[in-house]
Ligand binder design. Structure first.
Ligand code: BTN
Length: 249
């Protein structure tokens, strides 16, 4: 996988820009920005992206994959961020399937978007936002109990270039066997062993309906295994939102 990096001081959204160039660019092209003016989160939310304080980037991917399996790529991204944080001695958990949390608060989110036909992916844009050196007053008040930054938890300024490089290296190492042979074992192991959900009671929000169950595993296909009163079900990421019973995790 090549690594062309396109850098912006300021852009609306790295995901939107990556989408606009995805067809003509090679797999592995990365769009990174110092600031986003309309950073996008999942479910139409805003991703606060103050200048020079976070890591905001999107990777263009073109795996030969059934479109229903795209969530697996998000798990590779989550595992890569977790490993990169571990490299700089920051211990984090993966809140399946899109978030990285520390002490129950979110420090990183992943927004994976795709352009596909019935059984063929044209491209995937995996956008990752990491709250690196945000101070308390950079975090919107309504998110104070749910979000934090690496600087707030570690008490130190973190080198964003070094961290981005670590994330990209881990991502490449985990993605390549997946792309060529659909091998996902290491990613699943990392997501399982560092899960913020396994063993916890969670609410699963599916088609506007809430169900309470206990997260018991992440299976070999990267699906969350949940035990409900009615029996055990596996959950695809695209279709649900998962919350802890007492708040965010
Ligand atoms: C979420 O947790 O809701 C997902 C957040 C994803 C944010 C990143 S920042 C880089 C990329 N560009 C965007 O507009 N969003 C993603």
């Amino acid at each position: 996988m090549k690594r062309e990096i396109i850098h912006f001081n300021s852009i609306d959204s790295t995901n939107d820009y990556a989408k606009s160039i995805a067809l003509e660019k090679e797999e592995g092209t990365i769009v990174v920005a110092e600031q986003q003016l309309s950073g996008k989160g999942r479910m139409g939310r805003v991703w606060t992206s103050p200048s020079g304080k976070g890591i905001y980037f999107s990777i263009i991917l073109k795996p030969e994959l059934d479109p229903t399996k795209v969530a697996r790529v998000t798990l590779i991204g989550a595992a890569a961020v977790h490993l990169a944080l571990k490299d700089i001695n920051i211990c984090s958990q993966i809140k399946w399937p899109n978030d990285i949390v520390i002490n129950g608060k979110k420090v990183c989110g992943i927004l994976t978007e795709m352009n596909c036909e019935l059984n063929k992916i044209n491209y995937i844009i995996m956008g990752i936002g990491i709250n690196v050196n945000l101070d308390e007053d950079d975090i919107p008040e309504e998110l104070m109990d749910k979000a934090t930054s690496l600087k707030i938890v570690s008490g130190e300024d973190i080198n964003r270039n070094k961290l981005l490089d670590l994330v990209l290296n881990h991502f490449k190492r985990l993605y390549e066997p997946f792309k060529t042979n659909y091998i996902l074992n290491e990613t699943i192991k990392i997501c399982r062993e560092n899960s913020a959900l396994i063993g916890k009671d969670i609410q699963v929000i599916q088609n506007d309906k809430f169900k309470i169950g206990k997260a018991i595993d992440i299976n070999e296909d990267g699906e969350l295994v949940v035990e409900f009163d009615t029996g055990i079900e596996t959950i695809f990421s695209g279709e649900v939102s998962v919350r802890g019973l007492n708040g965010y995790v």
